[in-house]
Design a protein around this ligand. Sequence first.
Ligand code: ARG
Length: 462
Amino acid sequence: MANVLWAGRLKEKPEAEASAFQSSIAVDKRLALDDIRGSRAHTAMLGRQGIIPRETAAALDAELERIAGELESGVLKIDETAEDIHSFIEAVLTERLGDTGRAVHAGRSRNDQVVLDFRLYLRRAVPEILTELAETLRVLLDRAEEHAASIMPGYTHLLRAQPVTLGYHLVAWCAGLERDYGRFSDALARLDECPLGAGALAGSTLPLDREAVARDLGFGGPTLNSMDSVADRDFALELAAACAILMTHLSRFCEDLVIWASEEFKFIDLAEKWSTGSSIMPQKKNPDFAELIRGKAARTAGNLTTLITLLKGLPYAYDKDLQEDKEALFDSLDTVRSCLRMFRGMADSAVFNIERMEAACTGGFLEATDAAEYLVRKGLPFRKAHEAAAQVVRDCAAAGQRTIAERSLPELKTRSGLFEADLYAALSPRAGVEARNLPGGPAPEEVRRQIAEMRKKMEAVS
Ligand code: ARG
């Protein structure tokens, strides 16, 4: 085991297995460059404030910069037996600079250091997720535009309900993703406070300049309360929730895709490179990517549960339990990032069988609501109109007819005298879709308007 930072207090060290158990370096090593960035801002401030000599500050800064370069180039390898990334970097500084290295931690605790590193990391990672999300939205909106007028059945209870368009269905997906974008942006805004200077939980007696450090690191300002600064993990929880919700969306979209790709539906052909084969059944082209994204949504729900359970009942301020926070959130962020990229590739290359989709709108009486609304327009109260249309559907079923249009006008009139010849024009799937032109509806022109509006919204924020 590497030297620990607290060796002065405890003469005995945990045994190797116990050390490994409480070490977090396998997870927090990805914070290395953020840790160095925080240390550079901290030491520069210590020098300016006269807490350490200026030469010491300058030497620390130069060495920290060198360490960052060596880590990036791979010359310096992270010691996996160190307790955590903070210990490792301080150990390297001390090994190289002796007492100068030992000056770096004045006025700081790993408790504020780790929250700072975590926040700095997230301020890099969340914008990347936002970019992936915006790009995914762009791809879906393009596909929606391409299919703004492609007729398909809309479903409730997984039964054909009313005709809509494929573009309309895709914009429905986009609406969820656009809210996800808002959730990640909100979480990012709340990351804009710098916890450094909070110390272990109660600040420091040294004349630290928290404002300057916060500014140096690009934050809006320092956190308000030091105890909160080291105890708070709301930002992690919020992001884990944003990830879980986003993955719930992707999971549902993928479920749609899996259904559409089935032999029974055949609404979609996934590209060969976005499918996999079977080791035994030669005919198979499986929608594995969609299924795996759906499956990975489970781990983001699990990570959210981990974090909220971790925090519940935790006494103020810092407790070592909090070390478990990063693994859960990193996993969620990694999952979201890869799933967005995979989903995008799959959705972009899929071929929609629009003839089959449109054909599926005929035969299931998806026009029944339109027949009822026809009667409402002629003055019949809706409940009566609903009943008359239902009777017509029953008549059709009894006569082996697949659509209301197959019934003659005299036959229809036995159910309502208000039916006239102009009914027939209203019964085709396309007529049904085109007539649903309310704001938010599936009429192709309206779908195009929704697409344009969402594009404008995204342009304004991304
Ligand atoms: N590795 C620790 C974490 O991730 C750093 C903070 C340790 N602080 C402490 N008092 N043991 O939370």
